[in-house]
Design a protein around this ligand. Structure first.
Ligand code: GUN
Ligand code: ZN
Length: 446
């Protein structure tokens, strides 16, 4: 027996597949009194405590978390770390919001000390909210990505990030060129991609802020290196879409701008896709590309309502994005709360097991990482959260009336936020403990 072996006793819940494909009941596994055995950062076994405890060697420590639910760590498929300090910026829709608030805020990341400070706060916030993997926009400054990856490496997180490429239609202080954007991205790829659990995403901000030359250079980076991601925005706002039509009249539509440059593939993640047409959805599905559904952002900026059923029809991979700072919460639970309402406004439902799927395994599939994260299956990386079912008086009272795991899950997603995340584990290490004086993430910042 290895002395690194540890066991956690709690209710266990994870997703086995998309309820849209498997049906609700076959899509999850719930063990009311379960045991999760972890060794060397990986899940070694999971199952009923009654079955696993008798075989557990006597020296293996068992932590018993009463009145809790363990799920896989949450996965945020679209977020901007430089926008941590500007959540809740008043009054504008996308394009004015970018010019008025976002660009001046991102300017500060030319200062590496500022970037290091915000990177630490940002990762601590992810972990406080139970998010163990995220696909993250940096700023245009390569130093911003160095700061984030350095902090993520210290915490041994599975994290994907990239430097923004932006060579037009933005202030001079925030633009690169097709050549410098390519060279800086390449240097970051060589420095970080594949180190620890880190991956690099080629990150053109969105079609309006890149010349065709820059988009072509993004395609070249993807062709020149294995396993990179492509991360950008797509069809978020009606004015934005009109602007793309004016800037790229020779292309068939917004998605085609990216497609033309070889940017649409199985590791491409497009944030929003609120106003996609059927043909674009079909193309995303055929390419194996993913959309990050960002409900708090789409409501906050008045962008529109994402059509999840259309994405499902075309088998488009979908994950959830908080899209902070246009999004209004780091919490994937709160993101699900708003996702439910976005579906309600379209006369549709988001059942709690679909929500669980989007927050975990669906997010992992969107990021092409489902063989490593997103589930509690043995062999997967031990990224998991312990959710406190008595975190607030209201939650405790409401859940005392619950008659099923479906109801408990739905209420958690409606009332829950960072307060319910009692512990967060990444690669088997506790990286957040709600009730501790200082979290591991805070310590990693110092
Ligand atoms: N489109 C281009 N840049 C951004 C951004 O920073 N946030 C959002 N929500 N959309 C964008
Ligand atoms: Zn965004």
């Amino acid at each position: 027996m290895s002395d690194t072996r540890k066991a956690y006793r709690a209710s266990l819940l994870h997703s086995l597949g998309d309820p849209a494909e498997l049906g609700e009941h076959a899509s999850y596994e719930y063990i009311a009194d379960g045991l999760l055995v972890v060794e060397g950062g990986k899940i070694l076994a999971m199952g009923p405590a009654s079955a696993l405890l008798p075989d557990l060697a006597p020296g293996v420590p068992v932590r018993h978390f009463e009145d809790t639910l363990i799920t896989p760590g949450f996965i945020d498929t679209h977020i901007h770390y430089p926008q941590t300090g500007m959540i809740g910026a008043y009054g504008e829709q996308l394009l004015d919001w970018l010019n008025t608030y976002t660009f001046p805020c991102e300017r500060q990341f030319q200062d590496a000390t500022h970037a290091e400070d915000v990177a630490g706060r940002f990762l601590a916030e992810l972990l406080r909210n139970g998010t163990t993997t995220a696909l993250v926009f940096g700023s245009v400054h390569p130093e911003s990505v160095d700061a984030l990856f350095e902090a993520a490496l210290r915490l041994n997180l599975r994290l994907i990030a990239g430097k923004v490429m932006m060579d037009r239609n933005a202030p001079d202080y925030l633009t690169d060129t097709a050549q410098s954007g390519y060279a800086q991205s390449k240097a970051l790829i060589e420095r970080w991609h594949g180190r620890g659990r880190l991956h690099y995403a080629v990150t053109p901000r969105f079609a309006p802020t890149s010349t065709p030359e820059q988009l072509a250079s993004a395609g070249r980076l993807l062709r020149e290196h294995d396993g990179l991601y492509l991360h950008t925005h797509l069809s978020e706002n009606r004015e934005e879409i009109q602007w793309v039509k004016q800037l790229f009249p020779e292309r068939e539509g917004y998605l085609d701008v990216y497609d033309h440059h070889g940017l649409v593939g199985p590791r491409s993640v497009f944030a929003h896709g609120v106003h996609l047409c059927e043909d674009e959805c079909a193309r995303l599905g055929q390419a194996g590309a993913a959309v990050a559904f960002c409900p708090t952002s789409n409501l906050f900026l008045g962008s529109g309502l994402f059509n999840l059923p259309m994405a499902e029809r075309h088998k488009v991979k979908v994950g959830l994005g908080t899209d902070v700072g246009a999004g209004t919460s780091f919490s994937i639970l709160q993101t699900l709360n708003e996702a439910y309402k976005v579906m309600q406004l379209q006369g549709a439902r988001l059942n709690p097991f679909k929500s669980l799927y989007l927050a975990t395994l669906g997010g992992a599939r969107a990021l092409d990482l489902a063989d490593r994260i997103g589930s509690l299956q043995p062999g997967h990386e031990a990224d998991f959260v312990v959710l406190d079912l008595k975190a607030t008086p209201l939650l405790e009272y409401r859940l005392s009336q619950s008659r099923s795991i479906a109801e408990t899950l739905f209420v958690l997603m409606t009332l829950g936020d960072d307060r319910v995340v009692a512990h967060t584990f990444a690669m088997g290490q506790e990286v957040h403990q709600r009730d501790a004086v200082a979290s591991a993430a805070e310590l990693a910042r110092d």
